[in-house]
Write a protein that binds this ligand. Structure first.
Ligand SMILES: [Zn+2]
Length: 316
């Protein structure tokens, strides 16, 4: 797909359909913006003459959301900014190429709490989640995703032949119990052994709109010597949570397999809430496998993840 003169994108064929009704114009003009808030979110809205493709990025220090709209030419000379917007500090624009229009949104808080971009008719909406007024764990809704399930068994234990899907659920449940005791509001994407596609999980989470998401998986490698814990994120603005959780997990004397960024995992993809994938330990390593088999270890993992979340909240 041609996004603009210098940019192309690729789509899976099955997601592509020719639209014969559209007549592509040489350029499209941007119009006024409106920045405001309701009781939960801030919004930046912008009316376009057609739904144009866009991409978004997070920036840190200072925290910013950047949205590029392809095919759009600057004609914005009016930006209404209302006091009801609480998280948006500043907005401005930049014509970065003749046909690529950049929207800058500077945030008040250092931490990104997520955003969602969508069209309503031809109006582009950038909806921004505010930092919660209370940073107590009992005020947060925490989603927990136990990886795999049903026919998607995941990795297999080296000696025990246990299935990853069963142990992600055991650890996920231990985490649910621990966080519930701490009065957090928990949403589990699955509580039983069931098939759940990545799209199902993503849409379920979009509906639920949690404050944060934790995904639980167990790692596996061809080399049996590889072992340890690792945490993963995709977007830079969501990195800190994964660092705090990893630091606490390392107290369990697991090997440090690392904090991994730009990770292309489906549930690291949503921009709507900070999220962290925890690969607790390796099923393909005998030593790690022994620990994974131990129920006491599940409780310890739950406690360390809780401590990581607390450390992260304290830092904000
Ligand atoms: Zn997995």
């Amino acid at each position: 797909m041609q996004l603009s003169a210098n940019h192309i994108a690729y789509l899976p064929k099955q997601n592509f359909k020719w639209d014969t009704g559209i007549e592509i114009k040489a350029f499209y003009l941007s119009a006024s913006w409106r920045v405001y808030g309701d009781d939960k979110y801030d919004y930046l809205i912008l009316t376009l003459s057609e739904r144009l493709p866009y991409r978004s990025m997070q920036d840190v220090s200072p925290s910013k959301i950047i949205v590029d709209v392809f095919g759009l030419v600057n004609n914005t000379n009016w930006i209404t900014q209302l006091k009801t917007a609480k998280e948006i500090k500043n907005v401005w624009h930049e014509q970065i190429e003749d046909d690529v229009f950049r929207i800058h949104i500077e945030l008040r808080h250092q931490q990104h709490w997520g955003y969602f971009i969508y069209y309503k008719n031809n109006v582009l909406h950038i909806r921004i989640k505010r930092q919660p007024t209370s940073l107590k764990i009992k005020k947060l809704q925490i989603a927990v995703d136990a990886g795999h399930g049903g026919t998607n068994t995941g990795a297999i234990g080296l000696n025990s032949k246990i299935q990853e899907k069963d142990y992600t659920l055991k650890i996920g449940r231990a985490l649910e119990r621990y966080l519930t005791r701490k009065k957090a509001n928990i949403f589990m994407t699955r509580n039983i052994d069931t098939d759940l596609s990545m799209i199902d999980r993503t849409l379920m989470l979009r509906e639920e709109d949690p404050d944060i998401l934790l995904s639980i998986h167990l790692n596996s490698a061809g080399n049996q010597n590889i072992k340890g814990v690792s945490t993963y994120y995709r977007y830079i603005g969501f990195r800190p949570l994964s660092q705090y959780i990893l630091d606490r997990m390392l107290e369990l004397k697991l090997n440090n397999f690392g904090n991994i960024g730009a990770f292309n995992f489906a549930l690291s993809g949503p921009t709507e809430y900070p999220n962290c994938l925890v690969e607790v330990a390796f099923l393909s390593n005998a030593e790690d496998e022994q620990r994974i088999l131990d129920e006491g270890f599940h409780k310890q993992v739950a406690k360390q993840i809780y401590k990581g979340i607390k450390d992260w909240l304290k830092s904000l």
